[in-house]
Design a protein around this ligand. Structure first.
Ligand code: AMP
Ligand code: ZN
Length: 471
């Protein structure tokens, strides 16, 4: 398989350091709010990558952190701790907020068929590890104490900017634009490893350290959690493209200085989900969640399908119109698979199977081209071969795509068979809801839909009309 490595700016053949085994690290969510569907685009594409590596026969160990301390509102070490901000907003403790939004994140992942990583580690569980690595960085001369905080000294590196061509001047402009400069830093690009004395006196979570009571910076988390579970060498590191600088740049600086050798071989970055008004972010702009899509009648797997239709290295614009188009295509596809399920299966034609499978693999081998993998799926549906061949291929493809193709098709055919069984009461409510929507009385329409849900049914809007399903 070839993947684009952001660190070398080239498509490279993916060769893990130890044959047959892949160590994979993913930056997890900062759990001060729900994940928005932009964050989830990154996790969906990373999930496809992980599943494809497994599909290819590799033994993947995937680790993800949960950021529950140290991520400040500006990635440049200024602003409030995001967790504290979330706790204040909801009048709860930081740990209550962390638990609630960690659970909510994994609920969303489940709905989107995103597999849980093998190891999930919250930052607050690894404080001793952070202190050990920071102490070693100080000893080796890569870190210094100033104004009470511990900073990483970027001037000690031969090359700091890995992913971009930023130079000191560019960075100075960036600093002037948004946030006040930290007087303690020896160099503009230096970053905090451990905060002891800072302007956030009300920081809720603090730990004792050789440098006084304080808390870790965000970047050190990922270096330490990765090394703790995956060792000195990492094959693959993933994240959204906004994490490339400064977060991943700083991870590389710390890890390689600590280890004394190169650390991670491949960097996989997913580009952003944007709305018409710009990047979707937790702190500003339009904030769409999986639950909101569900409330509007969309199957979360339609959103996954929508993401797979585009390449991960292109930014993707979200609009309801685009999602509706994906819903129409998804419903047509599952209807075709439902029809296949009803046909006489026949035998699997191995030649056809191999040929169609190689189309799918070629797409994903080429830098995880999921949109071509979807085309390969359509090729299967259209192919001149037996239903058994097609269904076997679809089942295999869906181990990677995870869009619930067979399950949804089964639901569809079950519902069709039981079509007459939809109670008159439900049909009446659906009609009333349609009238309310027509009259633009969306509050009433929502109220009626809640009633339908309470009665155990789901209404979904598609271009082909309203679909009623048993929940
Ligand atoms: P956070 O919870 O803010 O730490 O972000 C979790 C993940 O989502 C990170 O890998 C981010 O790079 C990624 N991310 C943030 N915003 C977007 C977006 N609009 N589109 C895609 N990925 C994003
Ligand atoms: Zn990270």
């Amino acid at each position: 398989m070839y993947i684009y490595n952001t660190a070398t700016r080239k498509k490279e053949e993916f060769i893990p350091r130890f044959e047959g085994k892949v160590s994979m690290y993913t930056c997890g969510p900062t759990v001060y709010h729900y994940a928005h569907i932009g964050n989830l685009r990154s996790y969906i594409m990373e999930d496809v990558l992980e599943k494809y590596l497994r599909f290819d026969g590799l033994d993947v160990k995937r680790v993800m952190n949960i950021t529950d301390v140290g991520h400040l509102t500006s990635d440049g070490d200024t602003g409030d701790d995001k967790m504290l901000k979330g706790a204040k907003r909801e009048h709860k403790t930081v740990m209550e907020i962390a638990k609630f939004y960690t659970d909510a994140f994994f609920e969303d992942c489940k709905k989107l068929n995103i597999k849980r990583p093998d190891v999930v580690e919250p930052a607050t569980a690894c404080i001793d590890e952070f202190i050990r690595v920071i102490s070693s960085l100080i000893e080796k001369g890569y870190a210094y104490e100033a104004g009470g905080n511990i900073y990483f000294d970027t001037s000690k590196l031969k090359k700091y900017y890995i992913f971009n061509d930023f130079n000191e001047e560019d960075l100075e402009v960036g600093v002037r634009e948004g946030v006040e400069a930290d007087e303690n830093k020896r160099n503009k690009a230096d970053f905090v490893l451990w905060f002891t004395k800072s302007k956030f006196d009300d920081q809720e979570l603090k730990w004792d350290s050789p440098w006084g009571v304080g808390y870790p910076g965000w970047h050190i988390e990922c270096s330490c959690i990765s090394m703790k579970h995956l060792g000195e060498y990492l094959d693959l590191h993933c994240g959204g493209i906004d994490n490339a600088f400064p977060h991943h740049t700083n991870e590389i600086a710390q890890s390689e200085s600590y280890l004394g050798h190169e650390w991670c071989s491949y960097w996989f970055h997913v580009h952003h989900l944007n709305t018409n008004s710009g990047k979707m972010s937790k702190s500003s702009g339009e904030f769409l969640t999986v639950s909101l899509l569900e409330e509007k009648g969309y199957n979360p797997l339609v959103y996954r399908f929508f993401c797979l239709q585009s390449h991960y290295r292109k930014s993707l614009v979200f609009s309801y119109e685009n999602l509706d188009n994906a819903a129409v295509a998804y419903n047509k596809l599952t209807a075709k698979i439902a029809a296949l399920l009803k046909e006489e299966g026949g035998a699997v034609e191995q030649d056809k199977y191999d040929e169609l499978m190689s189309g799918f693999k070629a797409a994903l081998d080429n830098d995880l081209n999921t949109s071509l993998a979807i085309t390969a799926l359509y090729d299967v549906v259209k192919a001149d071969t037996t239903p058994a061949t097609k269904l076997k291929l679809i089942g295999e493809f869906d181990k990677v795509l995870s869009i619930g193709l067979i399950e949804e098709a089964k639901k569809l055919s079950d519902n069709k068979e039981k079509g007459e069984e939809i109670p008159a009461e439900i049909k009446e409510l659906v009609e009333k809801r349609a009238e309310a929507r027509k009259a633009k009385d969306f509050a009433l329409a929502d109220e009626i839909r809640n009633k339908i849900t309470e009665l155990g049914y789901i209404v979904e809007e598609t271009r082909q009309g309203t679909v009623i399903k048993k929940a």
